[in-house]
Design a protein around this ligand. Structure first.
Ligand SMILES: C[S@@+](CC[C@H](N)C(=O)[O-])C[C@H]1O[C@@H](n2cnc3c(N)ncnc32)[C@H](O)[C@@H]1O
Length: 285
């Protein structure tokens, strides 16, 4: 874990995501359009239905919590949990604008869920679990708060070679400064990319009927510049690395990122493939 205690990881996660909350709000419509399919997939995998009580882990600015809240309707409820108050402030504004009165966003740590056992009919999570210092602890917590028979559905990034829009920024930074060899078990974007990693943790926590599938899709930007700007404004892990560079090094990284991303030009847009690992499991009856 690069020498960091779990508490230090949690603290830096909180700071990192609070710092980029403004960027997430600015790019909200764009990412909502580009990634909506994942929310629908999570709602399907978690078997959400009208009237259910649902928990979304690491909701950030409200994904997939807002779609989940809409799906369970006024007779159900959605609780979105996240470390970062600023991200949740955006999610709350969106819930209000959508008239989702069944939705509550609260701060908390996924590895120590502030809920009674057997509280939720289903649990969802998009792009959060790989940032936890102790994923197994979170798996045990998910098992505890789910009602018997309830489903959890989670999305995490698959490998960097299949996600060039993230991988190429890391490669560009590596060309400019030496980065320490990443510890594959340390929290980070690709920590749960390997098939079976998250699935086996859920299984170890006692969940059953575990599925682990890679979902292939793509996302598309109007230009390489647009891609670069959004990356710098929302990707907290990339921002962290960039903050360590001198101005001239930042300019060189930008040049390399623009150059590498232009390989993905298709007609008049930059279109990247993406691969997401979708894992679902059920608490036994
Ligand atoms: C990449 S964002 C994803 C947000 C949202 N689910 C989405 O897909 O748009 C990751 C989120 O996980 C949250 N997070 C990271 N570690 C966490 C933890 N231990 N407990 C709760 N939330 C955490 C961060 O604060 C951040 O909002």
């Amino acid at each position: 874990m690069m020498g960091q205690t779990p508490e230090q990881v949690i603290d830096s996660q909180r700071q990192d995501w609070n710092r980029v909350a403004g960027g997430w709000e600015k790019w909200d419509r764009f990412f909502d359009e580009q990634m909506a399919f994942l929310n629908h997939r999570l709602v399907a995998d978690a078997r959400l239905r009208s009237g259910m009580r649902v928990l979304d882990l690491g909701s950030g600015t409200g994904y997939p919590a807002l779609l989940g809240a809409h799906t369970v309707g006024p007779s159900g409820s959605m609780t979105g949990l996240d470390l970062a108050e600023q991200m949740l402030a955006v999610a709350r504004r969106k819930a209000t604008a959508l008239n989702l009165a069944n939705t509550t966003f609260r701060t908390g740590d996924v590895s120590a869920l502030p809920f009674e056992a057997n509280s939720f009919d289903a649990v969802t999570s998009r792009f959060c679990l790989m940032f936890l210092p102790e994923v197994q602890k979170a798996a045990t917590e998910i098992m505890r708060v789910l009602k018997p028979g309830g489903w959890v559905a989670a999305a995490v990034w698959s490998s960097p070679d299949k996600n060039p829009s993230i991988g190429l920024s890391m490669e560009a930074i590596k060309k400019v400064v030496e980065l320490p060899q990443p510890d594959p078990t340390a929290p980070g974007i690709f920590r749960l990319a390997k098939p079976g990693d998250l699935a086996s943790m859920l299984q170890q926590a006692g969940l059953v009927d575990v599925t682990d599938q890679e979902f292939l899709a793509e996302w598309s930007y109007a230009s390489a510049e647009e891609y670069y700007t959004s990356l710098m404004e929302i990707a907290a892990p990339v921002q962290n690395l960039m903050a360590k560079l001198l101005d001239a090094q930042k300019q060189e990284v930008k040049r390399l990122i623009l150059q590498a991303s232009s390989q993905f030009r298709r007609s008049d847009r930059i279109t990247f493939p993406l691969a997401v690992r979708m894992v679902a499991a059920r608490k036994p009856l």
